[in-house]
Design a binder for this molecule. Sequence first.
Ligand SMILES: Nc1ncnc2c1ncn2[C@@H]1O[C@H](COP(=O)(O)OP(=O)(O)OP(=O)(O)O)[C@@H](O)[C@H]1O
Ligand SMILES: [Mg+2]
Length: 307
Amino acid sequence: MSTQVESAPAESVDEGPKTVVETQSLTKVYRDFWGRQKVRALKALDLEIREGEIFGLLGPNGSGKSTTIKLLLGLLFPTSGRAIVLDEEATKVDKNERIGYLPEESYLYRFLTAEETLDFYGRLFDMSGQERRDRTNELIERVGLGWARRRQLREYSKGMTRRIGLAQALINDPELIFLDEPTSGLDPLGTREMKDLILDLKAKGKTVVMSSHQLDDVQDVCDRIGILYQGELKELGRVDELLRVEDETQIRCSHLSEGAIDEIKQVIAKHEGELKDVSNPQSTLEQLFLEIVRQSEERPGMRAGSK
Ligand SMILES: Nc1ncnc2c1ncn2[C@@H]1O[C@H](COP(=O)(O)OP(=O)(O)OP(=O)(O)O)[C@@H](O)[C@H]1O
Ligand SMILES: [Mg+2]
């Protein structure tokens, strides 16, 4: 069990959804050609991810997000510590049959079409011809590439490549999906669609672990986040709780007239409340993120739960 201090809901501590990913002091040091320690990419990560949640890994460039995902997939060996994924050691790659993975960089064959790509991956999972056709049709429609299904991937734009990458990651109907920067290169519309696809996976009971730089996206879709900075977990918790400002109340309304706002101001004054702001809602995850980075620079030893 993780000893991490986090704000998971009480009912999930003992009997809630089962743990899908657990890391214990997971550490990765990349070595140079001579075996000398080069980069401490991940430092003693303790993390628990539950079935059915969307977990976001946040952090600046080089903070260890992709390293974490690769360790969980068994594509990298940890230097120390361990990770359990779907009740198996992460280093056992046969568990990956139940996992989908969208890597940071596309590695798909550029001379295959979307259809051929999905058919190829279906074969790797020993799917029958009929299964492959059905699954290919379903996924191509789901990621909105029906119109480009017979075009070679070398002609695809960044956003289209991201979409076919997601379809490929879902070919085996995985229960756990790792998405490394799923919205990178997508325009706002593509981003919204990708977010809807991720929420759709959650609605189907899947567990999603994603990394992103797009803080708004993370705020929109993730149930919980972990913020990494130089390989250390600096913050961990539910997005709504991390962003909650305890001693303030926000009331959101639409179609309110100036007169009505004046009346509300009078009520607030009558009850000796302090009116702080009357404005449209703002994104706040960005502020949290920048604050964590600032604090991390001031207090290098700081970790999640050590405040
Ligand atoms: N194969 C490698 N050999 C040596 N160092 C590496 C290797 N891969 C990653 N690193 C280093 O490990 C650290 C973490 O890298 P990682 O790719 O996990 O970061 P990231 O959070 O995914 O960054 P980004 O947002 O840029 O994708 C960085 O300092 C990086 O230079
Ligand atoms: Mg990365």
